[in-house]
Design a protein around this ligand. Structure first.
Ligand SMILES: [Zn+2]
Length: 264
């Protein structure tokens, strides 16, 4: 059996149900900024003055939506004040939330195609603020899909903890994903993910699943490190996941901003 069918068969096992708990805000901002930093200036300029809010606010929309919609919690500072303000960016017209990969390939592909289409259309129609808001949700979706503990349920994480560990009642999920070391992609040049929206979405989703598969494989080692409070080892996995998410987002954004170049 080739590796691809085997990966697809395992997809539902790669993601825990309910995508709301994953990277906290600083990792999302770090991933978004590091990806934008690799875009050619010509393409970055397509966002106009929306680059800063994309990094600071828009890439956190899915978490803020859940906080406001489910818990009535509104963050301080410049941000949406009500879930209805950002619902169009966080929930598909058919009611499916856009937050992180679910492992349902058709569902996830549908979400990526929807976000891609919104970004390209808004670029083409010169609405950089709208393109940036959907791009923020795309960044969040990719990052949460690669958040290491997102590959297991809380019960599974606890089941992976060594019995002899001084784990106490440590929140293993939070311990793994609470931070992300600083990084850049250096001189990496972003690549076209596909010539059309559908082929690009398929390629990006395949990369998200591959990254999640890698996380899933290494989760026992991560849980062991979390229980031992071994931050140095955890940082290796956090960094790998964060860099991979950034590369995937950078390629997606590069592809979409080129597709959305308005005819002169
Ligand atoms: Zn999230």
């Amino acid at each position: 059996m080739s590796p691809i069918p085997r990966l697809l068969i395992c997809l539902p096992l790669l993601f825990a149900a309910g995508p709301c708990k994953a990277w906290s805000t600083p990792p999302h901002q770090r991933i978004t900024k590091a990806a934008l930093d690799t875009l050619p200036k010509r393409l970055l300029d397509r966002f106009g003055t929306e680059v800063a809010p994309l990094v600071e606010i828009y890439c956190t929309f899915p978490d803020r939506y859940v906080e406001m919609e489910r818990f009535g919690f509104v963050r301080e500072g410049p941000s949406p004040r009500d879930a209805s303000e950002i619902r169009p960016y966080c929930v598909r017209p058919d009611g499916q939330p856009m937050h992180g990969a679910t492992g349902d390939r058709d569902m996830d592909l549908g979400t990526l195609v929807y976000l891609f289409e919104r970004i390209v259309t808004n670029f083409s129609e010169r609405r950089p603020g709208e393109a940036a808001r959907y791009a923020g949700v795309l960044s969040h979706f990719i990052a949460d899909s690669l958040s290491p503990p997102h590959a297991a349920t809380p019960e599974e994480l606890r089941g992976l903890a060594p019995r002899s560990a001084e784990a106490g009642d440590i929140d293993i999920h939070s311990a793994i994903e609470r931070s992300l070391p600083e990084f850049t992609l250096g001189a990496r040049v972003p690549r076209m993910a596909g010539a059309h929206i559908l082929t690009a979405a398929e390629a990006i989703l395949k990369q998200c699943y591959a990254g999640a598969g890698q996380n899933s494989k290494d989760l026992p080692s991560m849980v062991k490190a979390a229980c031992a409070r071994d931050e140095r080892t955890l940082d290796v996995y956090r960094l790998r996941a964060g860099v991979k998410a950034t590369e995937i987002f950078a390629d997606a954004l590069y592809t979409l901003s080129r597709m959305g170049e308005a005819p002169r």
